[in-house]
Design a protein around this ligand. Structure first.
Ligand code: SAH
Length: 250
């Protein structure tokens, strides 16, 4: 009897599950947007509970539709607090880490910020609402192109995406009030330290490839002195490129 009851319940669950899936397919766009907005609100509440208290950072993240920065088939997972694959062996960072790094930058509305590692464009979109201008560099051309398209489509007009190697920074736009590096170099590229404005701040995961790295804050004082402190253990994809991989004259 019990067995039959279980089988009947499984059958009912399968039918209901099937209807659920059908209903989800047929859901009007407005419903899906509401659903994403409520998932986003839950994520923000959990980030707050985990200690992210910077109201401006929370407001900026509340305004960015993370589902638009992940591959379509990942959209339903967009508001989990974890990284997700974005193709080309790369990932969109975990929301908690985006919030942490953005807060450590101490962005101000007049700031000009450089990001190394555009990836999906999500971190750049979060910064877009917090600062005057965002310059972001991505070494994988299709990712740079994808991020440029999504950012423009969503109206983030103060973000400029460059395809290239972030080791050299963006000298024409320097100096920057803030630099955020979202791939891990083994050593901090000197060009990036040079491109920090006096009073500027860089947030960068430093350490060996495919291991735990130290999330490091580098500050340049008004008189140009550079100091650094380590704030957390993190795990980022490696920063590729760099002087060793540049084509050499023959
Ligand atoms: N900030 C991204 C996550 C980035 S993942 C987001 O919000 O989605 C790290 C990115 O850094 C990857 O896309 C990788 O291709 C890129 N990257 C690695 N080395 C780089 C380099 N030298 N210059 C620019 N981008 C680099």
């Amino acid at each position: 009897m019990r067995g039959t009851g279980q089988a009947a319940r499984r059958l009912l669950a399968a039918i209901l599950g099937g209807w659920g899936a059908l209903a989800a397919c047929a859901a009007p766009v407005g419903d899906m947007e509401d659903d994403m907005a409520s998932q986003r609100a839950r994520l923000l509440a959990s980030l707050e509970a985990e200690g992210i208290r910077d109201a401006r950072v929370l407001a900026a993240m509340r305004s960015v539709p993370r589902e638009r920065f992940v591959p379509e088939e990942m959209a339903e997972h967009a508001y989990g607090d974890h990284p997700l694959p974005i193709g080309h062996g790369q990932t969109i960072s975990q929301p908690y880490i985006v919030a942490l790094m953005t807060g450590l930058l101490q962005p101000e509305p007049h700031h000009r910020v450089l990001e190394i590692g555009t990836g999906s464009g999500y971190q750049a979109a979060v910064l877009s609402g917090l600062v005057a201008r965002v310059y972001t560099i991505e070494i994988v051309a299709p990712l740079a192109d994808g991020a440029r398209t999504v950012l423009a489509g969503l109206g983030y007009a103060n973000v400029e995406v460059r395809t290239g190697d972030g080791y050299a920074g963006w000298p024409e736009a320097a100096p920057f009030d803030g630099i955020v590096v979202t791939a891990a170099p083994e050593q901090v590229p000197q060009a990036l330290v040079d491109q920090l404005a006096p009073g500027g701040r860089m947030v960068v995961p430093v350490g060996p490839v495919h291991a735990v790295q130290s999330l490091t804050v580098i500050e340049k004082s008004d008189d140009g002195r550079v100091s650094r402190r380590q704030v957390a253990a993190v795990r980022f994809v490696p920063m590729t490129g760099g002087p060793d991989e540049r084509p050499r004259p023959r």
